[in-house]
Design a protein around this ligand. Structure first.
Ligand code: NAP
Length: 255
């Protein structure tokens, strides 16, 4: 049996590099015990330090119950910018359970003068715009998005995914199983090797997967950028792990 002297209990909703960095940062505090939560979508996830639980909670109601049962004192939602359902669920559950809640979300990418970005609101708009931009596509929007591109039977896709998709695929597709980080040289070589003429991406932000944008800029290729889902009621949000730690120091005071 584990005996803990921690005074506070923190839940981190994770699945991102920021979530892992926050878990690592908080372990420096002996008065806080951290549980990191993962959805369980990836077969071999990168794990944070400390306690980890895996799997959905059963919506906002299930999460609110979980927060109460596990005597959680604060929630930091550090899920991916496109994990829209979990974000809403976290806000609602924390309000129901009366637990302070913070969103930790990395900033999106910013276009540079030489970039040829085309921003669209969602995947459906990306499907509509893509045939006007190219024929051979580097598709990096994730395996759950692949079925959306099936109407585009005239295009060829190099679809980069972490795990094998289990849904419908575009008619002309080559799957590339890999996980970042990526380099500009590597991305440039990949684009050249497959004669890619357009890149499709979410606006995930961060350094780990940014190299494809630099490569596209150097090669003069268009990038179709699917915007982040905009929350109807944005929660209190910080963009860095350091700011999340400062927020925790306020809400879970030491001593
Ligand atoms: P989503 O659509 O917002 O979430 C769908 C459901 O998965 C949620 O309702 C929840 O189930 C469960 N879930 C999601 N994140 C969870 C977490 N951290 N812990 C426990 N349950 C979680 O999310 P998604 O876009 O499928 O992403 C799933 C996970 O992958 C997220 O944790 C996210 O950080 C990570 N991720 C997503 C992307 C992306 O592009 N979407 C990229 C990289 C990493 P219940 O309702 O049953 O609680």
């Amino acid at each position: 049996m584990t005996v803990t002297t921690a005074r506070w209990r923190l839940l981190i909703l994770g699945g991102t590099a920021e979530a892992r960095a926050l878990a690592a940062a908080v372990t420096t505090r002996s008065d806080v015990s951290v549980v990191s939560s993962l959805a369980g979508r990836v077969a071999d996830p990168r794990l944070p330090v400390g306690e980890v639980r895996i799997g959905g909670f059963g919506g906002a109601t299930g999460l609110a119950r979980w927060l109460t049962e596990h005597r959680i004192d604060a929630v930091v939602d550090a899920t991916h910018p496109y994990a829209a359902r979990m974000r809403v669920s976290g806000i609602d559950a924390a309000a129901t359970a009366g637990v302070p809640h913070l969103r930790l979300e990395r900033p999106g990418w910013t276009a540079q003068p030489a970039d040829r970005w085309h921003r669209v609101a969602d995947l459906a708009a990306a499907v509509a715009a893509l045939p006007t931009l190219g024929r051979r596509v580097l598709l990096t929007t994730g395996r759950q998005s692949l079925a959306t591109f099936t109407p585009l039977t005239d295009l060829w896709f190099l679809a980069r995914v972490v795990d094998a998709p289990d849904g419908p695929l575009p008619a002309h597709v080559r799957l590339l199983r890999s996980r970042g980080p990526y380099t500009v040289d590597g991305e440039t070589a990949l684009i050249r090797e497959h004669d890619i003429d357009v890149v499709v991406t979410k606006d995930s932000g961060g350094a780990l997967t940014e190299a494809k944008l630099t490569a596209a800029r150097h090669l003069g290729l268009p990038v179709l950028m699917v915007d982040r889902p905009a929350p109807a009621h944005p929660p209190a949000t910080v963009t860095t792990v350091d700011d999340a730690v400062r927020w925790l120091d306020l809400h879970l005071p030491a001593g």
